[in-house]
Design a protein around this ligand. Structure first.
Ligand code: PLP
Length: 433
């Protein structure tokens, strides 16, 4: 039997599935072709040609405990054996919510949804419904999912680079189907610039109901902020009666169980979570202050929040199992130092080959910027990187069995042996340059 290439698989899949993939974000950013897998286990997966990869993509950064995690699998099987259903909550739903409220500083109350995008959509509606003000401030370049409100200006490829920091950014990259009218209620501004945020809040005080931002920007690699900036944002949100939303769908649980806002010590009014929390099983979660969340139950003019599969029992079962692991004493103490050591080893390896690359990581999320040797602080610093070289480098990584796409992640299943093997494969790649 001849083995098909990924291109051939995509052509075949395209007969019935638009583009041959279930998500348009699945075409690999370096090779241009989606990956099709036979199976995945721990830190590795096997493609349809039987080739094995060490996975640093980990389902868009959604898998911190490894694929096919035994504890999650057991919880799913138990849930199925018990007799699975949807459309009704269960004691397990409450147990999961309780675990989250104990561990996550922003979580006083919870609502379960089905995806991250649904979560940020509800978060915006809560901000508007609670304050009675329709406009939302967003950060130019931050990703928050695929609904109409937040799809423009959502990645570094769609940032208003001409903004000198003294004005709101222009809407960039509004793709087909997104109404122009959205621009009237969404104001993109540059990150880590408190002055422009304050000016806009002052000017449109009675119109702005929410601010949404990522606490750690892993969607564009690994760009960071400071506790000071987040504290200032917190103060402005209080001063101008604006709901502060942190989107931690990607950053949640990567620096510890208290998430990015626990790491920086700044608690938002609403926080969106998902991905790592259910480890390969779909679910999204909106957590927040009781006073704001209770607008959902307002008897007169509620914020509507509901869905057929919201709080589905498989997601709940997975989430309970994940929380039990993340909350184990010593879990992060054992896991994160190994990850940090890996970043250091990788940096040393690049240096020893004189290859221009910056490894930038915080907790379990990282990125390798190719073509520069100085850390990147702002999106404009990306001009220093070398895109064609990055394409060649990561395509070669993939050939050598190191899988990269968006959102580079080191999971807890990447044990020392796997990371050593990854370093040796990196060395093979570097020998080619
Ligand atoms: C920061 C952030 N917010 C929201 C989302 C949307 O989540 P989902 O893909 O589950 O809709 C993502 C997904 O990548 C994300 O990284």
């Amino acid at each position: 039997m001849t083995k098909k290439t990924l291109n051939e698989w995509q052509r075949e899949a395209s007969v019935y599935i638009t583009g041959g993939m279930s998500s348009s974000f699945r075409a690999n950013q370096f090779t241009g072709v989606p990956m099709y897998a036979e199976k995945a286990d721990g830190a590795r997966f096997i493609d349809l040609a039987g080739k094995e990869y060490i996975d640093f993509f980990m389902c868009h950064g959604a898998v911190l405990l490894g694929h096919n995690c035994p504890e999650v699998k057991r919880a799913l099987i138990l849930s199925i054996e018990k007799g699975f259903f949807a459309g009704m909550d269960s004691p397990e739903t409450v147990t999961f919510a309780e675990k989250l409220c104990r561990a996550v500083p922003a979580a006083e109350e919870i609502r379960f949804v089905n995806s991250g995008s649904e979560g940020t959509l509800l978060a915006l509606r809560l901000a508007r419904g609670y304050t009675g003000k329709d406009k939302i401030i967003r950060i130019d370049g931050h990703f928050h999912g695929v609904h109409d409100y937040l799809l423009a200006n959502n990645l570094v490829s769609k940032v208003d680079y001409e903004n000198d920091g003294n004005r709101a950014s222009r809407t960039i990259g509004r793709t087909a189907g997104i109404p122009y009218i959205i621009d009237q209620v969404v104001i993109p501004i540059p990150w880590n610039n408190i002055e422009i945020m304050e000016r806009i809040l002052k000017e449109q005080d009675d119109e702005i109901g929410g601010i949404i931002m990522n606490v750690i920007d892993y969607n564009n690699g690994c760009f960071l902020t400071t506790s000071k900036y987040l504290q200032q944002v917190r103060m402005l949100a209080d001063k101008y009666n604006v709901v502060l939303i942190f989107d931690e769908i990607l950053s949640g649980f990567k620096t510890g169980v208290s998430c990015g806002h626990g790491y920086y010590g700044v608690v938002p009014d609403i926080c969106t979570l998902g991905k790592a929390l259910t480890n390969d099983v779909p679910m999204g979660i909106v957590v927040g202050k009781k006073e704001i969340m209770s607008k959902i139950m307002d008897p007169v003019n509620p914020v509507i929040a509901g869905g057929t599969f919201s709080g589905n029992q498989l997601g709940i079962a997975a989430g309970n199992a994940v929380m039990d692991i993340l909350c184990r004493p010593g879990f992060y103490r054992e896991y994160l130092p190994r990850v940090e050591k890996f970043y250091e080893e990788l940096k040393k390896l690049f240096n020893s080959y004189g290859f221009p690359a910056v490894v930038q990581g915080l907790g379990a999320g990282f990125y390798i910027y190719i073509g520069t040797d100085k850390p990147l602080e702002t999106y404009s610093d990306l001009k220093r990187t070398n895109k064609p070289l990055a394409k060649d480098f990561f395509t070669s990584c993939i050939r050598h069995g190191l899988y990269f796409h968006t959102d580079f992640t080191v999971s807890a299943a990447h044990d020392q042996g796997t990371l050593d093997e990854a370093l040796s494969r990196f060395e093979d790649v570097l020998k080619e340059f």
